[in-house]
Structure formats: structure tokens, C-alpha cells
Design a protein around this ligand. Structure first.
Ligand code: NAD
Length: 443
């Protein structure tokens, strides 16, 4: 089989590489010439564990190619995946200009029957817009070429993307033709060996499934953050509450950790987009609106604790951030809570030093020299008045508290991810603020 994956970002690059891993001939296409040049020179533009080795292996085996030439990629192609960005527009709706540009280019260049697949997260009804766009281009060319449109939303998690793609919990496919269904069955057969299902459904349901999944996950997070804040007020401990409710098999342990708010390239924009689609259809998704409000508030909880500790005056203070990416094991800074924390600290006059194992280059693109970047986690603590943990990278979990106290001006930690035990903090004499738990006053 031969496929084209258009858009070589976090989703397109991982999907294309994983398809190549099964023996399929894959061409990844992007309009970003620099990105394609890098890939053709063996430089991987994003950080995703395991991706570099897998790309190199498939390039060597001549199954994985990178190009800016969409037309060439469609030669003898069975399926074309659209995996470009769908960023939020001003009003919160998903901006479809990139998806529809690709659809129109496919219509311009396709020569044979093709399954055109939306892998980008797109509002309900987008597949129809893609179909119309392709038809229009074919009509302009007077070309009578058959094609099908399908929706195949992606559920991979950055940081575990390869595992998620190779061993998916389920694959969701919206189709309305048997011919396209057969193409999907062949494409995805190697990924179903773990027994998880390939779910065929109508196209609007597939499009809705992606938004509903992200909305449910964001709801769990905001729910726990809301309860965590209330725990602090009434003297309960959110970690105990989490274990208590997570043990109920109807609830489960996953995605119920309180923290600094959700961020990333998906949840914030997808929640906004679904709220927007509902209002366009004269329906108000009340729960989701609250999920969004709680999350905006949650991103402010950590900086508010810092400000309160220092009586709202951070002038002359140096604060250290550990963890910048929106979650561990990625360099993705889109909508990262760390940006809100840093903005509030800078506005209150603080100097900010930061360390992240992978996301410093991406952060520099956004914040430039507004903050200082440190070579390692301990260097970032030199002369610091307090440490703020925003992203729970594994290497932060068991630090050397004795070394830390020698480097810092104060034994002070604000933990936005509850990664330390209260008992340890008491033992080592730190003043320790976390989310939804009591504050430890240091010695
Ligand atoms: P991304 O920004 O990392 O990548 C998008 C790529 O598309 C960029 O490299 C861009 O240059 C390219 N592009 C734009 N216009 C193009 C065109 N006309 N032709 C070819 N390439 C073009 O985005 P992403 O994070 O990979 O997300 C892609 C889609 O997948 C979004 O809809 C997103 O919501 C969805 N999604 C993302 C994730 C995730 O974890 N990142 C997970 C599931 C779904």
C-alpha cells in the first residue's frame, strides 16, 4: 500500500512513521520547507520518545519519505491523510483554512481513486466541506475521478504517541462507502493484534467522538481541580480523596490528578471549539462551559499562592520554574500552564529562572530573553527565593533536598503537581505549598 500523510507535525509525523513501520510506503508532506529539509537530513523537529530511531529505521528501509511536493505524493496513492493543524480562531471555533487548503490541493492533483481522510480534529460537518472542496477542484479540471471522504480522528498522547499509535485502545473510522472501509481494514490490520477494535461508524459520529473524548478527559481534570481547591478550604487532602474515589471501578484512577490546569495543543482548543459548535446549533453545553472556566481559574492558582506568600511583592525576588512543557515527555509549549505562571510572576516584578529537560528551545521562541534558562535543574536553583514545579518530569520526583537547600536562599517549594510527600517536606524542613493539600510551614 502507498499513502500520503499531509501535515508533518506531532500527529502526521508519528502516524506516518508508525504506518511505515508496518511495511506501508509512506510519504509525509509539509509546506514547511525547513522542517522537510531537516527530516531529510535526519534531524527530527519535535521531541517524542522513540520517534527518532523509528524514523531512521524506516527511512533506511526506503518506506518513509519526506517532501513538500503534495502532487508527487499522490502518485499511485491509496489514501491521503489530512493531519494539519486546526488552531482556534478568534471566536474559539476551529480554523479550517489549512484542512480545506489541503482538500483543494488534493482535488487539483489527484489522478486515481483515493480515500481522503481527516485525521485532524475537526468540527462535525467538516468531512462534507472537504468533499465539496475536492469536487469543486475536480469539476474545474473536468476530471471524473472517484474518491471517498472519511473521518479517522487521532487519539495519541504526546509523550507516549508511538505506543498509543501502535497499540491503540480503539481506532475510530467514520465512513459511508464499502470501498473506503476495505482500505481502512487493510491499513489498520497490523494495529489490531492486541484485540482492540476498529470501530466503523457514520462520519458525524466519528467527528463527534474525538471532541467528546477530549471533553470527558478535560472534565475529569477540572472536576478534580475544583474539588482540590475546596479540599484546601475544608482541610481535606486531595491525594487521599483521589485514591478513595479512584478505587471505585466506575470511576478509575486515570486522569483524576489535581494540578496546575490542563494545557497543550488539544484540550483548550477542542473544548472551546465544541462549545462554539454547540452554540452555532442553538445548544448550550453547560458542563463544558464550566470545565473551561474552572481551568482558566486553575492556571492562576499556583502564581496566586506565590504572590500571597510574598505579600504580593515579588520585586527583587528570583523564582525558579521546573518544567515548562504542558506535560512531561514532550517539548510542546502550546497553551502550557507554565506560560500563565511566568507571565504573572514577571508582572509582579520577579526574575524567573527556568529549567525543562526538552522544552527550552520552544520556550525561547515564545518568551525570548524575558526569563533566564538554566543548563540543569540544580543550576536553576542558585540564589533562588523559591522553586515552582509546573510540569512533573520524572527527574524532579526524587531530588536531592540537601543540595537544593545549599543552592537556594529559602527552603520554599510551590508544587503544582503534588509530586512530593508532605511528610518528606516536614522532615527536610521545607515550606511547601501544593494543590488541594495542607501547607507545610518549614523550619
Ligand atoms: P502541528 O502544528 O504539530 O502540525 C501541523 C503541520 O501541518 C505543520 O507542520 C504545518 O506546517 C503543516 N501544514 C499546514 N498547512 C499545510 C498544508 N497546506 N500542506 C501540508 N502541511 C501543512 O499539529 P499537530 O499537533 O500534529 O495536530 C494536527 C491535528 O491533529 C490537529 O487538528 C490536532 O488537534 C489533532 N491532534 C493533535 C494531537 C496532539 O497530541 N498534538 C493529538 C490528536 C489529534
Amino acid at each position: 500500500m502507498k499513502i500520503s500523510v499531509i501535515g508533518t507535525g506531532y500527529v502526521g509525523l508519528v502516524s506516518g512513521t508508525c504506518f511505515a513501520e508496518t511495511g506501508i510506503n509512506v510519504t509525509c508532506v509539509d509546506v514547511d520547507q525547513e522542517k522537510i529539509e531537516k527530516l531529510n537530513n535526519g534531524i527530527i523537529p519535535i521531541y517524542e520518545p522513540g520517534l527518532e530511531t523509528m524514523i531512521k529505521n524506516n527511512v533506511e528501509k526506503k518506506r518513509l519519505f519526506f517532501t513538500t511536493d503534495l502532487k508527487e505524493s499522490l502518485t499511485d496513492c491509496d489514501a491521503a491523510f489530512i493531519a494539519v493543524g486546526t488552531p482556534p480562531g478568534e471566536d474559539g471555533s476551529a480554523d479550517l483554512q489549512y484542512v480545506l487548503k489541503v482538500a483543494s490541493d488534493i482535488g487539483k492533483y489527484m489522478e486515481d481513486y483515493l480515500v481522503i481522510i481527516d485525521k485532524s480534529t475537526v468540527p462535525i460537518g467538516t468531512s462534507e466541506k472537504v468533499r465539496k472542496t475536492v469536487k469543486l477542484e475536480l469539476k474545474k479540471r473536468n476530471a471524473n475521478i472517484e474518491f471517498d471522504v472519511a473521518s479517522n480522528p487521532e487519539f495519541l498522547k504526546e509523550g507516549a504517541a508511538i505506543h498509543d499509535f501502535l497499540k491503540p485502545d480503539r481506532i475510530v473510522v467514520g465512513v459511508d462507502s464499502e470501498r473506503a472501509e476495505k482500505v481502512f481494514s487493510r491499513l489498520y490490520k497490523p494495529f489490531l493484534l492486541n484485540g482492540h477494535p476498529l470501530l466503523f461508524m457514520d462520519i458525524p459520529s466519528a467527528e463527534m467522538t474525538k471532541y467528546a473524548a477530549n471533553s470527558m478527559l478535560a472534565t475529569k481534570i477540572s472536576f478534580m481541580n475544583d474539588i482540590a481547591n475546596f479540599c484546601e478550604i475544608v482541610g481535606a487532602d486531595i491525594n487521599n480523596v483521589r485514591k478513595g474515589i479512584g478505587s471505585d471501578s466506575r470511576i478509575g484512577h486515570k486522569f483524576i490528578y489535581a494540578g496546575a490546569g490542563y494545557g497543550g495543543s488539544c484540550f483548550p482548543k477542542d473544548i472551546k471549539a465544541l462549545i462554539k459548535t454547540s452554540s452555532e446549533n442553538n445548544y448550550s453545553l453547560e458542563i463544558l462551559k464550566s470545565v473551561e472556566v474552572v481551568n482558566q481559574r486553575q492556571k492562576k492558582v499556583l502564581p496566586a499562592k506565590v504572590l500571597k506568600h510574598f505579600n504580593n511583592d515579588l520585586k527583587g525576588k528570583t523564582l525558579t520554574i521546573w518544567g515548562l512543557s504542558f506535560k512531561p515527555k514532550t517539548d510542546d509549549m502550546r497553551d502550557a500552564p507554565s506560560l500563565v505562571v511566568i507571565e504573572d510572576l514577571l508582572a509582579a516584578g520577579a526574575k524567573v529562572k527556568a529549567y525543562d529537560p526538552e522544552a527550552m528551545e520552544e520556550t525561547k521562541k515564545i518568551l525570548g530573553d524575558k526569563i533566564d534558562y538554566s543548563g540543569d535543574m540544580y543550576e536553576a536553583l542558585i540564589d533562588s527565593d523559591g522553586l515552582i514545579i509546573v510540569t512533573e518530569w520524572p527527574e524532579f520526583r526524587v531530588p536531592n533536598y540537601k543540595v537544593m537547600e545549599k543552592l537556594m536562599n529559602n527552603k520554599l517549594i510551590f508544587d503544582g503537581r503534588n509530586i512530593y510527600e508532605l511528610q518528606d517536606m516536614e522532615e527536610f524542613g521545607y515550606t511547601y505549598y501544593s494543590i488541594g493539600r495542607k501547607t507545610i510551614k518549614g523550619s
